[in-house]
Structure formats: C-alpha cells, structure tokens
Design a protein around this ligand. Sequence first.
Ligand code: PMP
Length: 404
Amino acid sequence: MNRNDFPILTEQVHHRPLVYLDNAATSQKPQAVVDAIVEAYSHWNSNIHRGVHHLSQVATIHHEEARQAVARFIHADSSDEIIFTKGTTDSLNALAFSFGEAFIHEGDEIIVSGVEHHSNIVPWQMLCERKKAVLRHIPLREDLSLDIEAFRGLLGDRTRLVSVAQVSNVLGIINPIEEIIRLAHERHIPVCIDGAQSVPHMQVDVQALDCDFLAFSGHKMYGPTGIGVLYGKREWLNRLPPHEGGGEMIHHVRWSGTTYNDLPYKFEAGTPNFVGSYALHRAIDYMLSVGWPAIEKHERELTEYCESRLGDIDGVRIYAAGQPKAGVVSFNLYAGNQLIHPFDIGTLLDQQGVAVRTGHHCAEPLIDEMQVPGTVRVSFGLYNDKSDVDAFITALRKAQMMLS
Ligand code: PMP
C-alpha cells in the first residue's frame, strides 16, 4: 500500500494537503493506470476486432486479455461471461432491458432491497412501467440491516428476478447475499448482485456465490471512468436478447433480418472502450499486487478506527455502527436535538482539505426511511491510512466548534 503510487494524493486543496475520503464515489488512480492510458493512445490506439493491420491486432489482444483478467478476478467460469459496459449503471440498465424483454410480463414481480442505489431501482421501475410488472423491496430492520424473514415472504410464484447490492453505498453494510441467493435459488429465481461497492473492497467469487449476474464499475476500483462490467452466467446470457443494436454485436445483417454474434459480443454494440479495458486490467494487477488479505484487513481496521474516533465526539450519530462494513462510515452531527445539515459539515471539511460526500448518495428511498436530509459519508480506499482519519477528525471537531 504505497501512497506514492497515487500521484493525485500529493495535491493541495485550499492550500491544505488533500485528504481524500470519497472513494465510494470514485477512487484515485495509481500511476500504472494513468500510464496505461497514455501508453495506449501514444503507441497502439486502433479500433479492435475488425482490423487485419498490426495496431488493430495489438489493441484487440489487449482488450481480450483484459476480459480474461476480469474473469479471473471475479472467478468467472469463462471470459465469454464478461461483458464490458460503461459502468454499474450501464450494466444494470442493460440487464433490466434485456431480461425484461425476455422474461417479464404483466403482473410479474422483481425484488430489490431498501438500501439500493438509484441505479438498482430506476431501471427496474422503468421496466415495470413498460411491462406492467411490480417492483417490491426488502424492508429494513430497525438497525438498517435487510429483513431476511420479510424477504422470504416476498418471494412468490410471480417473482422473476432479485437484484440487491452486496454493500450499501450509504451505510457500508455488507448484505447477506449468500442467504438471499440461496433463498431465491430454492425457487429457481435468478439473482443479480450490484457489486459497485463490494468488488473494490472484498474478494468476490461469482462461482462461490453462485450469483447469476454481477455489475460493477472500473472507476471505483482504481481504474478509469467509462468502463464497467456485467457478468452473467452463460446459460442466462445465451437466453437473453441484445439490449442494443449496431456493429460488433451481429453475425450477419441482411434486409431480411439480422443474426446476432456469440457471447460476449452480442451485448457489446459499437466500438468498445478498449483503452478503458486496458487501464482496468492494470488496476486489477495493482490490486492483486497488494493482495486481498492486506486490502480487506487494512480497510476493516480503518473503518473500525474511524468509527471509534467518531464515537468520541459529542453529538455524532453513526449509522449501522458496529455492523460488518466495507470501507464506508456514514454519520450525522447533532447540536443537542438539532441536526447540523450534512452539507454544512461537508463544506467546512472541504475548506480544510478533507473530501467527503454529503447528501442522499443517490439512495433517496433509504435516506427517507432514515428520516434525515442526508448523511456525511467517509469512504476509504487502499491508500488511506490512520493519518487521514486523524486529519478528518481534527477538521470535524473544528467544523463542530464553528457551527455550534
Ligand atoms: N450501485 C452502487 C451501490 C453505487 O455505489 C454506485 C455508484 N455510487 C452505482 C451503483 C452506480 O455506479 P456508476 O455511477 O459507476 O454507474
């Protein structure tokens, strides 16, 4: 874990050293990833798959090697099951459209959970509107964990798909997806996992989990923006129609009709982000060079340290404190009974060089249920250390003094 590998961390913000604690929104990039982008455009940029010329072949090899690296990273059975997308949102929209076309009819039900990010709600709502289907959600217990007993009750003859986040982007809670998958599979219902906040922080093994689909984003795992992944079991992907039409996704196009390409290309219309996939490959290499045991231990210790230091401050209310978390701590600060608006805290922290996220974190149904206008969210990456937490706590105490 070498901070020097991340050039942006030496930046100053408002004449203060940057303390970057907004990794759940996007992570910073190691030099190897920045270099990969420069290298691609400087040395081998060329459109892939179609070319017989040298550069096109080099670019194609890099793109397909990246696909294999992603498959190994999440332990997919085959790289054919790895579809490159723009990110988690794109992956979930692609799945919602395609799965909806094939399998959703009037009166069918889809289940998400009460902690979902909008990108694991709205595509399903849009599908339900199109097909006159019904979107249900797993309710939360008092401690904001998912109510698995209630989930059991939601599963029924009309349930066609379950889609849940492995880790909540607001609370950092690790959801019991193993149990969710087991219960759904008992009824032969497929499960999609939103891995946007889990894949960067814990080893995700799609075969061990036995999930049917997994969506995640490159930019939250030290890779570039504009590249993400939709994993799907081959049996499912083969049964789904393409969600977009264009080049690459076809075998033959005739006026009489079109035949579609094999996996994974059937789901990759148009010129793919081959520079992004190459740089994502370097990000994966970087994470693996640090190693999962080190990443998971380090981030767990940081999260616990942060919760314990925050707990020492009068008026701090930490959400889902003490529950198993993956690199996220969400809280609010009160002056007596009066909640100090998270935006005010975020602004005063920013003035001291500390970057955190405030607001509803694109999870309005959860924030409504918590009956707050939003939270302050601190989220860690592998390069953060205790000095970042200490700087944040000092800045928070100062903000508290100024606001009270
Ligand atoms: N799901 C979760 C749980 C997230 O945290 C995010 C990003 N905040 C997304 C989906 C959407 O990811 P992206 O914006 O990269 O598509």
